[in-house]
Design a binder for this molecule. Structure first.
Ligand code: MN3
Length: 241
């Protein structure tokens, strides 16, 4: 699927990006695990074999998703940032948190492809074989407190992810230190809105269609079996630091 063209709808959404993210959010994102600077962005290796998340996510979907889709975001980001050494020097998370500082001529490209690179770099780490059985630790306690129970969190998260219209993501975020669930369209990352992502699910059709066809809700429900709670705890610790 191609990134969206610069429609008038995008112009409205872009205005929201001009809200300057708080310095605290940006600072916490710099230390985001596994996210390097945007300079000569490269495809991070998948931390497990393509078939490791079977039967939740099939090997062919993982291979196409990682080797083609994510590679595409990396290549287009590099092309857009060519000659912009100031932007290349920024950590990727900071670049996306400060989209308002990206020249308008490349902002939509950076938003879509830099966002795609950031989102997928996190997404591969947010999953691991059998992850759903891990102890949810500190972040689990905070989730229970914020939502009343883990089941209630799961229900709200799944509702947001399933209900995201068209391509996008469902997220658990820290918003001003409070846990919240948000959806983002296309490859937008919550950090652009001043929120720190803790856990995110890709609900673009390329993430699930081969196995689940149009049944996005089945994919979202099954996906909880591979959530890497150790990594979510790392994200949470970074965000709180
Ligand atoms: Mn994807």
């Amino acid at each position: 699927m191609m990134p969206p063209k610069n429609t008038s709808k995008n112009t409205i959404a872009r205005r929201e990006l001009l809200v300057v993210s708080s310095a605290a959010v940006v600072a916490s994102m710099i230390a985001m695990p596994g996210v390097a600077s945007a300079q000569e962005a490269s495809l991070p290796p998948l931390p497990y074999p393509f078939d490791a998340l079977e039967p939740v996510i099939d090997a062919q979907t993982m291979e196409i998703h990682h080797d083609r889709h994510h590679q595409g975001y990396v290549d287009k980001l590099n092309a857009a940032l060519k000659g912009h050494s100031d932007l290349q020097a920024k950590p990727l998370s900071k670049l996306i948190a400060e989209l308002d500082q990206v020249p308008e001529s490349i902002r939509t490209t950076v938003r879509n492809n830099g966002g795609g690179h950031l989102n997928h770099t996190l997404f591969w780490q947010m999953m691991t074989p059998g992850g759903g059985k891990q102890n949810r630790g500190e972040v689990g306690k905070a989730i229970d407190q914020a939502f009343g129970s883990f089941d209630e969190f799961k229900t709200q998260f799944a509702t947001a992810a399933t209900g995201q219209f068209g391509s996008g993501w469902g997220w658990l975020v820290l918003d001003g230190g409070k846990m919240a669930i948000v959806g983002t369209p296309n490859q937008d990352n919550p950090v652009t809105m001043g929120k720190v992502p803790l856990l995110g699910i890709d609900v673009w059709e390329h993430a699930y269609y081969l196995k689940y066809l149009n049944k996005r809700a089945d994919y979202v429900n099954a996906w909880f079996d591979v959530v890497n709670w150790d990594f979510v705890n790392e994200m949470y610790k970074n965000a709180k630091a």
